[in-house]
Write a protein that binds this ligand. Sequence first.
Ligand code: UFG
Length: 341
Amino acid sequence: MNPSILVTGGAGFIGSHTVVALAAAGYQPIIVDDFSNSEASVLAGIEKILGYQVPCYAEDCNQYQLLRKIFREHQIVGVIHFAAYKAVGESMQEPLAYYQNNLGSLITLMDAMLAEGVPNLIFSSSCTVYGNPDHPPVTEETPIKPAASVYGNTKQIGEEIIRDVCAAKPLKAISLRYFNPVGAHPSAEIGELPRGIPNNLVPFITQTAAGLRSELTIFGGDYPTPDGSCIRDYIHVMDLAEAHVSALQFADHQPSTQYYNTFNLGSGNGHSVLELVHLFEKTCKTPLPYRIGPRREGDVVAVWADVQKSSAMLKWNTKRSLEQALEDAWRWQLKLSGNQT
Ligand code: UFG
């Protein structure tokens, strides 16, 4: 029987792609998702890719008894915990909702895992824990800066809670610090589904290129970078998804019952916003109207990952190019807009 893995937030952007990667690696994923920021149609997309339905509990994962029941019924051997609020701006307006949801569910989850003896936990963290780094690229040893947002603080505190629990209890856990996930599954059956006006760059680019928005605003052209726009590390969401499988296997193979570590997940390369815009136009052969606008409050100037630790210890490397990520994101956008390529 394939080992079962619980994926909280498994209908979300990274979660849904990880469900597919888990299944491809021989695991049985089980989803719990309350669909507060995801769509039921994602399950149909996953089913089209895999050829079968993945079990899904349409529930808030912050329910101790429910989690214990799922752990027992499916003999869960590991949890990948994506379920969380993730809008940086909103987190500043609704701090309590963010602390309650993001940290409350993490505590409930670990409590239930310990009660049922579920040994492995993979936690969605973020490169936001590094803040505005002095000297990119950042390694896992780069000092953590005070969080610039409540959202970022939930990731920092989440990491600390997990570290402390692993020091005291039989739990093996890994925090994965994501850089900027982009792209979609190459089948265009699943991808990013932003609600309303997208906050993130690539969905805004593809919606603009598709004619749904009149132009892209580049937030700031006077940063101390070669072309004046911010620099980020964009990683194909399928590469990111596969890293979760590697991390799970790595945790599972640790001989001790207590283990904790953190890993960067990026491509290892920095690209400016302007570079990304031009790469999209060239790769997807579609013009992109844009203008340089004012800076966005709270944006980091330049950050990209040093991925030597992930590569050496998790035996994981990215396989897909940024061009491929942009093509996949574009194919997904065309499908959403009803124009098949
Ligand atoms: N950008 C634009 N125009 C846009 C959108 C974005 O120029 O319309 C720029 C931003 O200023 C930034 C870059 O594109 O320089 C990337 O911005 P994103 O919003 O896509 O991503 P961030 O790097 O800002 O990441 C933030 C947090 C992460 C969090 C992520 C997901 O730092 O921790 O949002 O919401 F995970």
